[in-house]
Design a protein. Sequence first.
Length: 475
Amino acid sequence: MDFLDPLLLARWQFGLTTLYHYLFVPLTLGLALVVAIFQTAWHRNGDVKWLHLTRLFGKIFLINFAMGVVTGIVQEFQFGMNWSAYSRFVGDVFGAPLAFEGLMAFFFEATFIGLWIFGWDRLPRALHLASIWMVVLGSTLSAYFILAANAFMQNPVGYQMAADGGRAELIDFGAVLTNPVVLAAFPHTIFAAWMFAAAVVIAVSAWHLSRGQHLVTMRSSLRFGLWFMIISFAGTALSGDQLGLVMVSTQPMKMAAAEALWDSACGADASFSIFSLGTPDGSEEIWSLRVPYLLSFLSTHTLDGCVEGLNDLQAQYETQFGEGVSYMPIIWVTYWSFRWMIGLGGAATLIAVAGLWVTRKNAKRPVAKWMWKVAIWAAPLPLLGSLVGWVFTEMGRQPWIVFSLMLTEDGVSPNVPGWTVLISLIAFTAIYASLAVVEFGLILKAAQKGPDPLPDPNDPDADGDRSPQLTTTVY
């Protein structure tokens, strides 16, 4: 392996910066909705505990949003730095949804975040509440436009090739925005983001409850987070099922790689392996635990459906796109990332179900300390599930950077030496590591501090030690 190979280093750098940026995306998408729901509850019933929760999780949301903006800017630079051939080839199509994301969604979102931050004592209550809901709308639109751009890489639509065959030209922006891949991936991504937000709400609440702090407020947020987790997982599973059907029709090689299915199979033979052991190169199965018919059902929604195998698809693609290229992704990566994605999300949901049971009103035993610790340490599970899900999505597309149109090796910048990419890779890694420490420290400090005291006689967590000089942003 050539460790100064520009293609290898560019892929590592893009993977690092993309996954690091995505650490902040789900929490932004999810906490925006959580904060809006909490503020709506306070607006409707006047219960100050919901104001406490609005301000607490709003602070965490703002810290996370700021870091997401900083890391997201680097994504744009990389297309021109390391992937100039790709940018020239697909820029006319790829740039359109990204422009809409920046000009319409992000600026829209940022504007209303500003109104929400500084409008507590300046805007009418209803208008201030509307501003946080506009933030939810803006962040959701932002996610949609970015996913639409990514969907073109998975299933190119709405384009025509230029006369010289050197670039794709946009001819139907509506087709790009209604790509079957984005229509399926969007709800799956949003529900998964809500799961992580729910996990953060659960963890923060559990930390305070385990210490006997803010009992009334944190019990309400805990129960909300547990239900929010379960509902979001149901949405993630249902939307994931639809995304699987779209994947079979647009990228059958990815589905075959997810199951390490080497030869086409139908009915009972199209089984789903829960766990598998294979040869070191992944080309042959030694032993596996399988569920008959399940892969057939997941791929076709029938029990007698057929699923194309890796070998058959390789032969088909060689005829269609040319010989001399392996059109299979790295099988062990796709196989295990697919299962870790499902397993991590499922584990977080099972913990939420157990949490609802042990914290029910009629529970005869107090919650054990180790249970609170499980709730706290389980917070990263949905995020890790989302990250490995994106690894599956992007690695499963390989060797294509734009499926059926451009190989990844053809998209890298042709005149960038490997040592320059290595230097920027090391620099970004060091900077991102530092930012991660700062981000985690700020969020941890805000979460552990808990709700700020408010001079309100109806505060359910009041301790009687109030100062008339306390400032507040309450109407």
